[in-house]
Design a protein around this ligand. Structure first.
Ligand code: PLP
Length: 409
């Protein structure tokens, strides 16, 4: 008789965004005349830029001619894209990465979870709290998280990220083998300085741990001297794997393309993690579509760089409007400077879901409750700059009014 993977049964119910959708749908059903504005959205809303579209059209034409047709591609991705990544994402920042250390993927989400395939099931995993839920759930599915005790997984090392530590995790008491870090951070919008990352790199080297560094939001960094890649930190090529994505950088959420970097000198138990990952990918992954990789390559063209920058600036301007508007309304806010995410503290310690409901019912604005990202997220909500400019301004105005009325209560 077949047995199913029992770890799935341990996963806590209702996924965060499903619960948000449920509450939003219930409200809309009861109040069909109300116009909701969604600022909880983690998806981009602007179309692919013209340079990408043009390159993809051309790549489609390549597929129509026997001379230029492309079949199965290399498992690690086409050299033209891997070389463009090195030239634009690594070399200018002094990160010593070469094209044979890059693996093109269909996005960071799958790789962040699938990377677990090359690590033993007994490894102890550390994650920030609050956290992008994929790291935790993927490890729970493979049996690395222990038991769900109603609040947390018993075998995960949680690294609290809160106001007291500026949302940057401190080194833990229990030593993890695998450490997920994500900067710029989703959901807090925090970024780590070189010094803070160096502490983690040194720690991983000391303990033979591996850092899984999610840099999906690297292009949103606006302040000078904030590291865009963990490989800007000395020693990181011996202890870190990095995940990057074209999703938020260039609007590829529906088009799907990302990349994972595994330096050749990263070895554990005498094995090259680069070679293990290639082995894994060549068995379980058949590459990202040629047309999509040509589109991603165009992100690095002169026009592509200028056009994607314009879109990022547009989102970051929304983030600025949210950040400033909520501040003016008396809330304590974080993020929104080097990330499209604003992490706002609820007034008077109101629980996240209560504040979510209040904003949904009274301001008709949908946000994301911070508690959905982990226990330390309680008392916060997340808003994003991915909406339209006019509706973002309107949403903030509505929230401001609700909060003003509150002060008159
Ligand atoms: N990593 C983080 C921190 C994210 O927030 C997201 C998407 O929201 C991803 C990875 C997924 O990126 P992709 O669309 O490339 O799978």
């Amino acid at each position: 008789m077949v047995k199913v993977n029992g770890n799935y049964g341990k996963l806590p119910g209702s996924y965060l965004f499903a619960e948000i959708a449920k509450r939003t749908a219930e409200y809309t059903k009861a109040n069909p005349d109300k116009k909701l504005i969604k600022l909880g959205i983690g998806d981009v809303t602007q179309p692919l830029c013209p340079a990408v579209i043009e390159a993809m059209h051309k790549a489609v034409d390549d597929m129509s001619d026997k001379k230029t047709f492309m079949g199965y591609g290399p498992y690690e991705g086409y050299a033209f894209l891997r070389e463009a990544i090195v030239k634009h994402d690594y070399a200018p920042f002094g990160a010593p990465i070469t094209a044979d250390e890059i693996f093109i993927s269909d996005g960071a989400k799958s790789d962040c979870g699938n990377i677990g395939d090359i690590f033993d099931i007994d490894n102890v995993v550390a994650v920030c709290d609050p956290v992008y839920p994929v790291y935790v759930d993927a490890n729970a599915m493979s049996g690395r998280a222990g038991e769900w005790d109603g609040r947390r997984w018993t075998n995960i090392v949680y690294l609290p990220c809160n106001e007291a530590n500026g949302f940057i995790p401190e080194l833990p008491v229990r030593t993890p083998d695998i450490i997920y870090l994500c900067f710029p951070n989703n959901p807090t919008g925090a970024v780590a300085t070189r010094g803070q990352l160096k502490l983690w790199v040194d720690y991983a080297l000391r303990h033979d741990s591996v850092i899984l560094y999610d840099a999906a939001y690297r292009e949103y960094i606006t302040e000078p001297d904030v590291p865009r890649s963990i490989y800007e930190i000395e020693g990181a090529t011996e202890c870190a794997i990095e995940f990057c994505s074209f999703s938020k950088t260039a609007g590829f959420t529906g088009t799907r393309c990302g990349y994972t970097t595994i330096p050749r000198e990263l070895k554990r138990c005498g094995e090259s993690l680069n070679e293990m990952w290639l082995r894994r990918q060549s068995t379980k992954f058949n590459g990202t579509a040629y047309v999509v990789q040509r589109g991603a390559e165009a992100v690095y063209s002169e026009q592509g760089i200028a056009q994607t920058r314009e879109t990022i600036n547009f989102y970051m301007n929304n983030a600025k409007v949210i950040r400033q508007g909520l501040k003016d309304a008396g809330l304590t806010v974080y993020g929104g400077v080097n990330a499209p995410y604003i992490w706002a503290k609820t007034p008077n310690g109101v629980p996240s879901w209560n504040f979510f409901d209040k904003l949904l019912h009274e301001a008709n604005v949908v946000t994301t409750p911070g508690s959905g990202f982990g226990a330390e997220g309680e008392g916060f909500i997340r808003l994003t700059g991915f909406g339209d400019a006019a509706t973002t301004e309107e949403a903030i105005e509505r929230i401001r009014k609700v909060l003003q009325m509150r002060s008159l209560d």
